[in-house]
Design a protein around this ligand. Structure first.
Ligand code: SAH
Ligand code: SF4
Ligand code: F3S
Length: 492
């Protein structure tokens, strides 16, 4: 009988990709996916440490598994990802029923360590070196990018895929754990990225999203001294026949170079959308965050993006309530949001992370209620701008890649026939979410939609009569039967 694995994922797109490849690898070894921990032989949590809340969620989930482990001592419980790297000993102490602790730089070891845990009944731990534990080269070598052959049935959809182009981060923003949990910034060789993308496209993948913590800092130096930048990579990937859309996240403001913006403008398959987090609109706060730019630099950068790539949509992240953020500092952030007119912003309350520079240097001195209020206030300002920006699309015809049934019709999808009408969702070339009614056959196709209404987060459209139904969409993909997604998306 085949073994069953259950996985829960929190955190960023990199974790979604990590979960996909870990599960894909286990599946090749005969595992099938379980829908709940109770049915599983192996229970994995792919974790995130970026905010305390994300860690708390995992500790409570692990707590709930205590009695399961008592009833089924054979079950293997594993903690993967950033928390495993950051808190290996703390996890072992707080959750002694955990059998496996594997950092994001050691994921290739998961199958072997599951076997070890099963046979030895002892805790198996595989983490990479801390950033100060050895020289750069040695630490780099301990973080191994895990990019095995891809399994389309393990992805949220078979026609979309993430591809890792860079691991780690060297920016060391003072509030952030990522440079320590993911290790030094390392760019993957272009030939590996191209080979993986080619394989994905051959599997029917139409949209590829390139991933890196600071993806636009991608820089690969070849043996002969040549350098491949993100713009070069986009140009090379652009020629893959069958590929329709190329995206990349997340951008660092300082590294938004003109060659990249030129590539975004001139390569038709590259999505006209940039996620470039500002984090704050106050120079003093930015300096304390060690973001290495000023508000003036950021707004100039925005102007350059918009000038070079007409019509580009831009989104941002903000942290409110960072150490020493006064009402005046916060007012500056509000002003930046008002002026910048982002498509949307992700807003987070500052969460002090032990071990970071901010935790060592500055007091977490903004009270929780103030963080909450600033979060709500900034969100309200952004939501009004998002509403206005989305309403500008009313009356326009856009082309969307149909991703699947909307949340509302997710349950109806399994039983739907091609002649049914479902509420579908997809994204435009500027990353706007569109909802429209249509046949489930349209899923996986790029279609034209006329926008008739808009909310702050969604455009509402009708499928244009000119939209072609010739291409087979999802029905033509070999893995159609496996859709909808098999590896659940993150719960955060
Ligand atoms: N590498 C990306 C994303 C990093 S994590 C980047 O640099 O943009 C995603 C977001 O989480 C960050 O952009 C930041 O807004 C937020 N974040 C990171 N550390 C945080 C912390 N300690 N408290 C609150 N939010 C944080
Ligand atoms: Fe964290 Fe800054 Fe690196 Fe982003 S750029 S991952 S916020 S250290
Ligand atoms: Fe979280 Fe690690 Fe991503 S800390 S945001 S899962 S890189």
């Amino acid at each position: 009988m085949s073994r069953k694995v259950y996985i829960e994922t929190v955190g960023c797109q990199m974790n979604v990709l990590d979960s996909e490849v870990v599960i894909g690898t286990l599946r090749r070894q005969g595992y099938t996916l379980a829908d709940s921990p109770a049915q599983a032989d192996v229970i994995l949590f792919n974790t995130c440490s970026v905010r305390e809340h994300a860690e708390d969620k995992i500790y409570s989930a692990l707590g709930r598994l205590r009695s399961l482990k008592r009833h089924n001592p054979q079950a293997v419980i594993g903690v993967l990802g950033c928390m495993a790297q950051k808190d290996q000993h703390r996890i072992a102490e707080r959750a002694p029923h955990v059998d496996l602790i594997v950092g994001p730089g050691q994921l290739a070891e998961v199958p072997r360590l599951i076997e070890e845990a099963r046979s030895s009944r002892r805790l198996q731990m595989a983490v990479s070196l801390g950033r100060a534990e050895a020289g750069r080269a040695e630490v780099e070598a301990s973080f191994v990018s895990f990019d095995p052959v891809r399994d389309p049935t393990m992805r949220p959809t078979p026609f979309q895929a993430y591809v890792r182009i860079q691991i780690g981060c060297d920016k060391f923003c003072t509030y952030c754990v990522v440079p320590s949990t993911r290790g030094p910034e390392q760019s993957r060789p272009p030939a590996h990225i191209l080979a993986e993308a080619r394989q994905l496209v051959e599997q029917g993948c139409k949209e590829i999203t390139l991933l890196g913590q600071t993806v636009n800092s991608y820089r690969f130096q070849h043996g002969d001294g040549r350098v491949t930048r993100l713009s070069d990579l986009l140009a090379a990937l652009h020629d893959l026949p069958g590929l329709e859309r190329l995206k990349f996240v997340t951008n660092f403001p300082k590294d938004m170079t003109d060659d990249l913006l030129d590539a975004v403008r001139s390569l038709p398959k590259v999505v006209k959308y940039l996620h470039v987090p500002a984090q704050s609109g106050c120079d003093l706060v930015l300096q304390r965050m060690k973001r290495n730019y000023t508000v003036a630099f950021y707004t100039d950068m925005l102007a350059r993006c918009r000038e070079k790539v007409p019509g580009v949509a831009i989104s941002s992240d903000f942290i409110v309530g960072f150490c020493g953020e006064s009402e005046e500092s916060f007012a500056r952030t509000v002003r930046l949001v008002e002026q910048a007119r982002f498509k949307n912003s992700y807003i987070f309350k500052y969460s002090e992370r032990p071990g970071t520079k901010a935790a060592q240097r500055y007091a977490d001195d903004v009270p929780e209620e103030v963080k909450k209020r600033r979060n709500n206030d900034l969100l309200a300002v952004q939501t009004e701008i998002s509403r206005q920006e989305h309403r500008r699309w009313i009356g326009q015809r856009v082309s969307i890649l149909v991703e699947g049934p909307s949340k509302r019709d997710q349950n109806r999808f399994a039983a739907a026939s091609p002649s049914d009408t479902l509420q579908l969702t997809g994204r435009t070339m500027t990353d706007h979410i569109v909802v429209c009614d249509g046949s489930p056959r349209l899923i996986g196709q790029i279609i034209d939609v006329d926008i008739i209404d808009a909310s702050p987060f969604t455009l509402f459209g009708v499928v244009s009569s000119a939209a072609s139904c010739d291409s087979a969409g999802l029905a033509g993909l070999p893995e159609a039967a496996a859709f909808p997604r098999r590896v659940p998306l993150p719960v955060l």
